[in-house]
Write a protein that binds this ligand. Structure first.
Ligand code: BGC
Length: 732
């Protein structure tokens, strides 16, 4: 009996030890109170140098000085991925005078060993549970390597695809981005790593779509558009935050007391710590608000930046500032307290350190790969499917797969995988051959030299292969230096020679299926006119190409939806669906209406759009109560029918509009959605709920108002959904 009990207890403990450290998060009640007492006691024992050490975040690589850990002068490290190295630095911290463990950070953004689609691709799933699982496995693998802090989720709003970092976000809609922010935060922390919600705030709105550029955001828009996903992440328990590089309305985010202290700590009661972004404290000099690093350090700390990431300025200058009385000890203590608080709540003082020998077996487990495959499958967006050319019919005798991206030499990874994991990437031609009938021959030609697509490689060979085949699958897009941080673009066409290759393929007269792997919505106007089908992915990760093959072969019915509008031309940017009406709306497209002379107003593909191999129709939309009190809930039901021949998933979306209010309200705004599986030929009644308190807006002073009055409800499978019902919001 006792033996059985021991065995059960052992089994219960096993996951926690075997897979990193188990879930982390804020503790409450007595536990939280006890932690505050421990912090106070510890603070009382710390020297000035040790306090400043807790605020110093340094990274693996040149100049990393491990002796600073041992002497209590470094509280956090980043970019360590090899478990043995992590164990060694953590051991050094435990050998320091006060034995304060390190917080160990990494950009575990969309995977650690198993890779999931890029965050924008995850957002395309419109499946928050799946997104949470992807974050969970990312956290769990990172935690199994000894990491306890991830620099994610990035929740910056993405309305400008010229900005290379839209791939890290959840797209253009603040309601949806908030749902995703909360899901990712929960997932990471359940997986065992503290989330760092970033970049606070406004980083996604850089002028001209240029990275690091200034942002100008009116207060009402800041509160309605940019802040909600942060708030959602904090409400989901995010333990830390990262400040942004940009200046917000003239004040660099790294020295923005109004945001970091008054709003975040004051109004929102955030208890965790805020780190600077990479070197952004010293950059305050370049922003022109500090004469030297000492002043930069002082301004950042007093504004509310607790930790200095890679700037080394707290380390070098804070002691002098404190001694000179320019930084009160109280302010320093407050920052140290916040760092220690996170460490205590993470359980770092009690946790066993990583066991390097156990780590490799915990990477790319079947369970993680299953989630990666589902996420990749659900992230595929079918943008065009003329004459239902997809899925590939059994009558197709030969398929030419063109494009170096289809057969990657290596998987695209975010951070050094540390030699962990098996890195399984199935090339597209092989995956497709496996899934198509034996009578269909799949051949491959790269056409371009590398996945970057900057130069041809046997262009003629690729074209000849296409001409000899019944169907062409061209896998093209953005890779290498064309996407991500520091990769803003003014031209949103296919990079390099890929457009020329695509045109040559189309010129063969064979139907072309364009499969895209990009980091942002590209301008696809030419492709939309000339290719038979367009399949959009945002780099699907470890299982990405397998998922594409599943969709092309019809094994999976595509269900991804656009998280951002796809512009028709760069000149339309920013183009997003929840814009305000104008006094001169587009009516008959004539001069003096708010239109372009040379382009439509509408995007090529609107937000929330995506085709399926099923056909969904909507009927019987009903508002449960046409009068909704201010403290009540709008409840809408609608019958959604799958009129196609395949089972499929539809993303049922509910938008509302308040046509008349005290200030101009968006033409529509997403307020609820649900992804539902509907078998072929069947109808599902879908019920969507919106608390009335979510129907308001912020004014110029940042105050929130929900105004009674008439509302319209739009229901459908994209932001172009038509009006379905109406209701009136009444005083309670
Ligand atoms: C990015 C952050 C990232 C950090 C550490 C910075 O350049 O803006 O998002 O977490 O580097 O890699």
């Amino acid at each position: 009996m006792i033996l059985r009990l021991v065995a059960v207890l052992f089994a219960m403990c096993l996951p926690a030890f075997a897979f990193g450290q188990g879930a982390v998060g804020w503790k409450t009640g007595r536990e939280a109170a006890a932690i505050e007492r421990r912090i106070q006691a510890l603070l009382g024992r710390m020297t000035l140098a040790e306090k400043i050490g807790q605020l110093h975040l340094s990274g693996r690589g040149d100049g990393f000085d491990e002796s600073q850990i041992r002497s209590g002068r470094m509280g956090a490290v980043m970019n360590f991925v090899v478990p043995a190295e992590i164990a060694a630095v953590q051991k050094a911290a435990r050998e320091s005078r006060l034995k304060i463990p390190l917080i160990i950070g990494l950009d575990a953004v969309h995977g650690f060993s198993t890779y999931f689609p890029l965050p924008l691709g995850q957002a395309a799933t419109f499946n928050p549970k799946l997104i949470e699982e992807a974050a969970y496995w990312t956290g769990r693998e990172a935690s199994a390597a000894g990491i306890n802090w991830t620099f994610a989720p990035m929740v910056d709003m993405s309305r400008d695809p010229r900005w290379g970092r839209v791939l890290e976000g959840a797209g253009e809609d603040p309601f949806y981005a908030s749902v995703v922010a909360a899901a990712r935060t929960r997932g990471y922390q359940r997986g065992g790593v503290a989330a760092s919600v970033k970049h606070f705030v406004g980083y996604g709105a850089g002028e001209g779509g240029r990275d690091y550029n200034s942002t100008w955001i009116p207060t009402s828009q800041l509160h309605d558009l940019h802040l909600p996903p942060f708030k959602a992440a904090f409400e989901a328990g995010a333990m830390t935050a990262m400040a942004a590089f940009n200046a917000l309305n003239g004040m660099p985010a790294t020295a923005n007391k109004a945001m970091l202290t008054d709003l975040l700590r004051g109004q929102w009661r955030f208890k965790g710590f805020v780190t600077s972004d990479f070197g952004s404290i010293t950059e305050l000099r370049l922003h022109g608000i500090a004469r030297d690093d000492a002043e930069a350090a002082r301004k950042a700390l007093l504004a509310g930046i607790d930790m200095d990431m890679m700037g080394h300025v707290y380390h070098k200058h804070l002691a002098g500032e404190v001694k000179a009385g320019r930084v009160p000890m109280q302010a320093l203590d407050a920052a140290v307290r916040r760092v220690l608080r996170v460490k205590f709540h993470l359980g770092l003082f009690e946790r066993p350190d990583v066991d390097p020998a156990a780590a490799p077996a915990l990477m790319q487990t079947q369970a993680a790969r299953d989630v990666a495959l589902r996420a990749a499958q659900e992230s595929v967006i079918l943008l065009k499917n003329a004459a239902e050319i997809l899925p590939i019919k059994p009558s197709v005798g030969s398929v030419a797969v063109i494009g170096a991206m289809a057969r990657p030499e290596d998987e695209r990874v975010w951070t050094d995988p540390a030699g962990l994991g098996r890195r399984i990437v199935q090339p597209l031609p092989e995956a497709l051959q496996e899934r198509l009938p034996a009578g269909t021959r799949v051949s491959y030609a790269a056409g371009v030299g590398k996945a970057c697509g900057t130069e041809f490689a046997d262009r003629q060979g690729a074209i000849d292969l296409a001409a000899r085949s019944d169907l062409v699958v061209a896998m093209l897009g953005e890779d290498c230096e064309f996407m991500g941080e520091g990769a803003s673009r003014t031209d949103l066409g296919l990079p390099g020679v890929q457009q020329a290759l695509l045109e040559a393929l189309v010129a063969t007269g064979k139907p072309v299926v364009l499969v895209l792997a990009t980091g942002r919505p590209l301008v696809l106007s030419w492709a939309d006119r000339h290719v038979a089908a367009i399949v959009q992915t945002f780099h699907g990760g470890t299982e990405g190409r397998t998922a594409i093959a599943d969709v092309l072969a019809g094994k999976v019915n595509p269900s991804g939806r656009t998280p951002m509008s796809f512009p028709r031309s760069v000149g339309q940017i920013p183009v997003y669906y929840d814009h305000l009406p104008t006094g001169r709306p587009q009516q008959i497209r004539q001069r003096y209406e708010s239109i372009y002379m040379d382009e439509k107003n509408e995007p090529l593909y609107p937000f929330g759009f995506g085709l399926s191999y099923s056909r969904f129709s909507y009927g019987n939309a009903r508002v449960e109560r046409v009068q909704v009190p201010l403290d009540g809930t709008l409840e809408v039901t609608v019958d959604v029918t799958n009129a196609g021949e395949r089972d499929g998933q539809e993303v049922v979306q509910l938008y509302v509009r308040q046509p008349v209010a005290s200030r101009s309200r968006p033409v529509r705004a997403l307020k609820a959605f649900e992804k539902v599986q509907i078998p072929a030929g069947e109808t599902r009644k879908v019920r969507l709920r919106v608390p009335a308190r979510e129907l308001g807006y912020h004014d110029d002073a940042g105050h929130y108002h929900v105004e009674p009055g008439a509302f319209e409800v739009y229901l459908g499978g994209s932001s172009s959904a038509s009006v379905a019902a109406s209701f009136t919001l009444i005083k309670s």
